[in-house]
Design a protein around this ligand. Structure first.
Ligand SMILES: NC(=O)c1ccc[n+]([C@@H]2O[C@H](COP(=O)([O-])OP(=O)(O)OC[C@H]3O[C@@H](n4cnc5c(N)ncnc54)[C@H](O)[C@@H]3O)[C@@H](O)[C@H]2O)c1
Length: 357
């Protein structure tokens, strides 16, 4: 599907010869999927990652075809080393959790905003042809307008959202004043294989999936009627590659499946795919969580040729299958991203799954 989308439209800026990509955060969930895809296109890929939430195992199956620079995006020397010779930069490294940002606001701003500044400066010095930045739907905050369109005034609620908005602002200014062609993609709740279910800040889909596969009870914060525009990771990868190819410098684009799903409906879909009961423990809503999030993806469709190819139900089916395979008792995790075995996951005595809401 991605190949078909890429086959359309204007010539790719990087097809005439092998291109070199720097992927910051490339050992993480979305990053490792992008790296894998770029290698399938036979591009050269360098990853800059400090492995704070990413894992070596996410890249292990790709072997020596990917060069990993272990380092921090806040470190100018690490950025300079990683970006050397790069045609394109995909900047995904970040502290990604809303609750964590409430607990650690300064650290979140430091990595997400100052880290972006360092990456932009390194890309400028290296004369990179495009920098695509992973921003977030959280910048819309609790705006009552739905679906969210890029022209809405941003309204960040959490330190995470504020840090992402700051990063977008830097990217836009570097495009307008300093000649760095930047594009920001506002991702809406991306999910899929390799998303970490174990962190105390883990996102809702891996938490629900691993809980249900191991007989645990997921926790729903609030009434469960909050909505999210869940986006299968293959759709996010498609958008990143299309943005490199034809994103308009200085622009932001929503990237989502384009459909609102309630958390309770999500629970039902996962239960069905996992063959489990759709029951959950209720807890009060959490600070910084927003109620409704649904994207208008018309701009990305029009300017990037973005066409989400995997809907939520199919994405959930694939995701559940992946976790089921990876967590089968007695089977060593074969693919990237090991996940905990059943005994380490939710269930009596184990850590309880939560929902980002
Ligand atoms: N997953 C989603 O639903 C979602 C939604 C909106 C935006 N995003 C954005 O997409 C990007 C990727 O998110 P993800 O879900 O793959 O998260 P992830 O935690 O799996 O990946 C983040 C990666 O960044 C690395 N990293 C963190 N701090 C670093 C630092 N200081 N220096 C170098 N590397 C560092 C981590 O080790 C990890 O590999 C992030 O920028 C995130 O804010 C994700």
């Amino acid at each position: 599907m991605i190949a078909r989308a890429l086959a359309r439209g204007a010539p790719r800026p990087y097809r005439s010869a092998v291109a070199r990509f720097l992927v910051t955060g490339g050992a993480g969930f979305i990053g490792s999927h992008v790296v894998e895809y770029l290698l399938r296109l036979r591009e050269q890929v360098v990853v800059l990652d400090d492995l704070s939430s990413g894992r070596r195992e996410n890249l292990a199956p790709l072997g020596e075809r990917v060069q990993v620079v272990l380092g921090d995006v806040r470190d100018p020397a690490a950025c300079a080393e990683a970006v050397r010779g790069a045609d394109f930069v995909l900047h995904l490294a970040a502290l990604t959790s809303v609750p964590r940002s409430v607990a650690e606001p300064a650290a979140t701003f430091d990595v997400n905003a100052t880290g972006t500044l360092r990456v932009l400066e390194a890309a400028r010095a290296a004369k990179a042809k495009r920098v695509v930045l992973a921003s977030s739907s959280s910048v819309y905050g609790d705006s009552a307008v739905s679906p969210k369109v890029e022209t809405l005034p941003p309204n960040p609620l959490s330190p995470y959202a504020a840090s992402k908005l700051a990063a977008e602002g830097l990217a836009q200014a570097w495009a307008r004043s300093l000649g760095v062609p930047t594009i920001a993609l506002r991702f809406f709740n991306v999910f899929g294989p390799r998303q970490d279910p174990k962190s105390q800040y883990a996102a809702v889909v891996p938490r629900f999936v691993t809980a249900m596969l191991s007989g645990g009870t997921p926790i729903v914060y609030g009434d469960g009627k909050q909505t999210r525009d869940f986006t299968y990771v293959e759709n996010a990868v498609q958008a990143l590659v299309l943005a490199v190819r034809q994103g308009v410098p200085g622009s932001v684009y929503n990237v989502a499946g384009g459909k609102a799903t309630t958390v309770l409906d999500l629970l039902g879909m996962i239960a069905k795919a996992a063959g489990a009961k759709a029951r959950a423990e209720r807890q009060p809503a959490r600070p910084g969580d927003i109620l409704h999030s649904h994207a208008d993806v018309a701009k990305a469709r029009k300017e990037l040729g973005f066409a989400p190819s995997v809907d939520v139900a199919e994405g959930i089916r694939r995701t559940v299958e992946w976790y089921r395979r990876e967590t089968r008792p007695g089977v060593a995790p074969a693919g990237p991203a090991t996940v905990a075995g059943p005994s380490a996951m939710a269930g009596p005595g184990g850590p309880q799954p939560t929902i980002e809401g």
